[in-house]
Ligand binder design. Structure first.
Ligand SMILES: Nc1nc2c(ncn2[C@@H]2O[C@H](COP(=O)(O)OP(=O)(O)OP(=O)(O)O)[C@@H](O)[C@H]2O)c(=O)[nH]1
Ligand SMILES: [Mg+2]
Length: 297
């Protein structure tokens, strides 16, 4: 299956919801019905209002052909999803710090990223900086064994900064290409834990100049726009450079991608569409817009 097909399947629940909303209006798309449908898919108030306003404007200016509403919407969604300045920095080793609240899918996403790097012929390393729970280290080790990617870990309770520093030294010595650091889940409101994350970031920079090259916030799509506060707080405290939106396969709130792009200006880099190692897709605005809206009727 190609990217578009897999993403379309992952977005199945969101697609059905939009399809139902539009068909309930007999596919008579007005700014109001459009805004309502988009809000139901959790694109957020700002993005929904923007799209409705633009639609009204485009219609008045004769820019929307009769029956061409969905094609118009698709290009509008694509434009909204294209966040300026979203180019990722690369490093050697390329260091990705994976952060987020509890249970959002960090460990799974870290493993998927390592699996991807390996499949693309790069030397990957996973780092167990979630030293808080013993089971967390084991979970990452299970993934490492399955993917045949080395996992650097210390005993539970070890200082995450020390784990990261040692791992990066090892990565430099071994010529590793991609280092993916899994961290403990933390609420963005817990100041001591956010401070710990800042420390880990500084440790990265001390070990490898320019690192971390990516601070990837893992956001559970099932929490929809309720998750936006997390992005704001993590962004302010730990310099998030990109978002991985997980569990899109289990929710009709796939529209949250628009809210993240529109209201926060942080690019979505990846979307998770399942629990398997290859269920992580790179995010591309055109493919996402097509997967969400193409052939919806
Ligand atoms: N369906 C689906 N499940 C996912 C996806 N990503 C992660 N999960 C599941 O979500 C659950 C939590 O994932 P973890 O990776 O352990 O989450 P975490 O953020 O590391 O959790 P903590 O370390 O406890 O904070 C697991 O059961 C994963 O299999 C996804 O894209 N789709
Ligand atoms: Mg975890």
């Amino acid at each position: 299956m190609d990217l578009l097909q897999r993403l379309r399947r992952g977005l199945g629940a969101t697609r059905s919801l939009l399809g139902e909303r539009f068909s309930a209006t007999g596919w008579v798309i007005t700014p109001e019905t459009l805004e309502e449908a988009l809000l139901a898919a959790d694109v957020g108030i700002e993005a929904a209002e923007t799209v409705a306003r633009q639609f009204d404007d485009a219609r008045r200016r004769g820019k929307v052909a009769p029956g061409g509403e969905m094609a118009w919407l698709r290009s509008e969604v694509e434009a909204l999803l294209t966040v300026a300045g979203s180019g990722a920095r690369r490093g050697k080793p390329h260091v990705v710090l994976v952060v987020g609240v509890n249970g959002s899918g960090k460990t799974t996403t870290a493993a998927k990223l390592a699996g991807r790097a390996k499949a693309e012929g790069r030397v990957a390393m996973l780092v167990a900086a979630d030293t808080f729970r013993a089971a967390a280290v084991e979970q990452l080790q299970v993934w490492g064994a399955r993917l045949e990617v080395p996992v650097v870990a210390q005993r539970p309770g070890a200082d995450p900064g020390a784990v990261v520093f040692d791992a990066l030294q090892a990565a430099l010595a071994r010529g590793v290409d991609d280092v993916i650091i899994d961290t403990a889940g933390r609420l963005h409101t817990k100041h001591n834990l956010m401070a710990e994350l800042e420390k880990v970031r500084k440790v990265c920079a001390r070990a490898v100049p320019g690192a971390p090259h990516e601070v990837l916030l893992v956001l559970d799509a099932t929490s929809g726009t309720n998750g936006l506060a997390q992005v704001r707080e993590f962004g302010a405290r730990s310099g998030v450079t990109g978002v991985a939106l997980t569990k899109l396969d289990g929710t009709a709130k796939g529209g949250v991608v628009l809210a993240v792009a529109r209201e926060l200006g942080v690019p979505v880099r990846w979307v998770g569409i399942g629990e398997g190692s290859d269920d992580l897709l790179p995010f591309a605005p055109d493919v996402f817009a097509a997967a969400l809206l193409e052939a919806l009727a």
